[in-house]
Design a protein around this ligand. Structure first.
Ligand SMILES: [Zn+2]
Length: 273
């Protein structure tokens, strides 16, 4: 990877990450991501362009609002840095082209989905519906240009969207019967439609398995022990907290895009031999 491509993809990624911060903050509240301009939540003073440069402004302002000195959360530059690194990794892996752009956008949207689902227990349509449109568009343009990368072709993209959304909806119904409460939201269905349109039908189903496996691992290693220790400290009974499934489906979709087919082939090899 050339230094220029690394610097360029990092800069674009940081700017996209900055916009992602706006989407994560505003879409769950049903606010526009275009207007009004960003302002400080405490003093209400508008944020000038030179105080809104990804990563740099946070450092130059030493994490404080210029108007009132209110601390600015480190989450914002962390998201910008993470998205910038995702874009560099994508262009380093797939080279300058349509595939790298599609992987970078897919990863960015999935990060937004995981963040809002973790924070607000909801997955905004802004991520999933625009992601679905981009995935279908990308499948056709990719096929036309002969640059498909790890993504599904046009026909499997359409099937994948239906299979992904259908499977997670059925699992949600079953979960509701067993647990007697809502197990899956509509956001999970649109998320899996987007993921299925990117991955195709086989890897859409694999995404749900990988997501469930990730959820089980994190629950056993992190959520349950921490919850148990906290309950012991407070002298209350341990109650498992609700962890939204989109938080696990999102990284599972990205993992499956990169390593899904090798994993399926390895598994089939083990069965057939
Ligand atoms: Zn302020």
């Amino acid at each position: 990877m050339s230094t220029f491509l690394a610097a360029f993809s990092f800069a674009i990624g940081a700017c996209v990450g900055s916009f992602l911060n706006v989407c994560i903050a505003r879409w769950p509240a049903d606010e526009s991501v275009v207007r009004p301009r960003s302002k400080c939540p405490r003093c209400g003073s508008g944020i000038a362009w030179y105080d809104n440069i990804p990563l740099l402004s946070w450092l130059l302002l030493r994490a404080k609002c210029r108007g009132c000195g209110e601390p600015i959360s480190a989450i914002y530059p962390a998201v910008e840095l993470l998205v910038a690194l995702l874009w560099v990794a994508s262009f380093a892996t797939f080279g300058a082209g349509l595939t790298a752009l599609r992987v970078a956008i897919f990863a960015t949207i999935l990060l937004g989905v995981a963040a809002t689902d973790l924070k607000h227990y909801l997955i905004p349509d802004g991520f999933t519906i625009s992601g679905l449109v981009l995935a279908l568009l990308g499948a056709f343009v990719g096929a036309f240009l002969g640059d498909r990368g790890p993504f599904a072709g046009p026909v499997d993209a359409i099937f994948g969207a239906c299979v992904g959304a259908g499977a997670i909806t059925i699992i949600g119904w079953l979960g509701e019967v067993v647990m007697k409460r809502e197990a899956m939201g509509f956001g999970d269905s649109t998320l899996m439609a987007m993921a299925g349109a990117s991955l195709g039908s086989a890897r859409a189903l694999l995404t749900i398995f990988v997501g469930a496996a990730l959820a089980a691992i994190i629950f056993l290693l992190v959520v349950a022990p921490v919850g148990y220790i906290r309950a012991r400290a407070k002298g209350t009974a341990f109650e498992a907290p609700l962890v939204p499934f989109g938080v696990f489906l999102a990284p599972a979709a990205l993992l499956t895009l990169i390593w899904g087919f090798p994993l399926i082939n390895w598994y089939l090899d083990r069965i057939l031999n």
